[in-house]
Design a protein. Structure first.
Length: 296
């Protein structure tokens, strides 16, 4: 009789194995929400995950939170949609196509439709939601397209004039496409000096190259090599100092800036020194250096 009673008591737990409040770890970002929110869209991936009876099949992190290996920053918009089935995005949202890809992964067809590009929307730098996506066309292709459209709209008098007049008109359009502005490149480096300061310094690798400047200029120059994860919602005409590059070679950054028409106008550096070990004379120098580039 005791065994029968224990079995009957275990059935409710098996029918509903999830707690009311659920903690999620999505790509390193922690979210806390209610179970009804996660199952509010039948047929979605979250609905399939949190309606099954076998909880052990779901991945968990070291603290027992349910783990989903997706973009943790964009998941907040997925979760907002799951709450009331409405889409509310910031002005000049630059991650629209990436969010659409996340909606496809989480099997939310209505949200995918909401995020689909609209042909009637004004296709300008500030309003185009796909302008900053790395999977889209490169900035050089976009500049060529803008140059072609600008030359096509030249007045008929100029188009019918001498060849020199047409060349001047195209040159003026090209100047308008490449806007002026500053971009600052910064990096933190370190190296170790032994007792004999004449010996070769042991340089350590550059951990991260930071980018400061107008969002649209940074995306134009660095394209898909620009990591925007630390400031994903920055409008194109605003400034940011939180972007960084996906590579760690300064020469590569300089090449991209030179190809885009920028030239260095200033640089500065600061450094600090600390002893590596209390019982030795080895010293670790840490420096932070910035290079300022400008394009007319």
């Amino acid at each position: 009789m005791a065994l029968a009673d224990n079995t009957s008591c275990a059935k409710p737990g098996e029918d509903f194995p999830f707690p009311e409040i659920i903690e999620l770890n999505v790509g390193g970002q922690v979210y806390i929400t209610r179970h009804p929110t996660l199952v509010s869209v039948p047929g979605s991936l979250l609905w399939e995950m949190f309606t099954q009876k076998n909880v052990r099949s779901l991945a968990r992190d070291s603290k027992g939170r349910f783990f989903v290996d997706r973009d943790g920053f964009l998941f907040r918009y997925i979760l907002d949609y799951m709450r009331d089935q409405q889409l509310v995005l910031p002005d000049h949202f630059p991650e629209r196509s990436r969010l659409q890809r996340e909606a496809e992964y989480f099997m939310l067809p209505e949200l995918v439709k909401m995020l689909a590009p609209k042909l009637s929307k004004q296709n300008s730098l500030g309003d185009d939601p796909c302008q900053s996506d790395p999977e889209e066309l490169s900035p050089n292709v976009d500049a060529t397209r803008n140059l072609t459209s600008a030359s096509a709209t030249l007045p008929s008098a100029v188009a019918g004039g001498p060849g020199g007049a047409v060349t001047a008109g195209v040159g003026a359009a090209s100047t308008d496409v490449r806007r002026a502005g500053f971009i600052t490149i910064g990096y933190r480096g370190s190296y170790t000096l032994g007792r004999d300061s004449q010996t070769d310094a042991k340089f350590r690798r550059v951990a991260r190259i930071m980018v400061c400047g107008k969002t649209s200029l940074a995306k134009e120059v660095f394209g898909d090599t620009l990591n925007e994860s630390r400031d994903p919602d920055r409008p194109p005409e605003r400034y940011t100092s939180r972007y960084y590059l996906k590579f760690t070679f300064l020469e590569q950054a300089f090449d991209k800036l030179a190809d885009a028409g920028f030239h260095m106008v200033a640089c500065n550096s600061t450094g600090t020194c600390a002893f590596a070990h209390d019982q030795t004379d080895d010293r670790i120098w840490t420096s932070y250096t910035e290079y300022v580039f400008y394009r007319e």
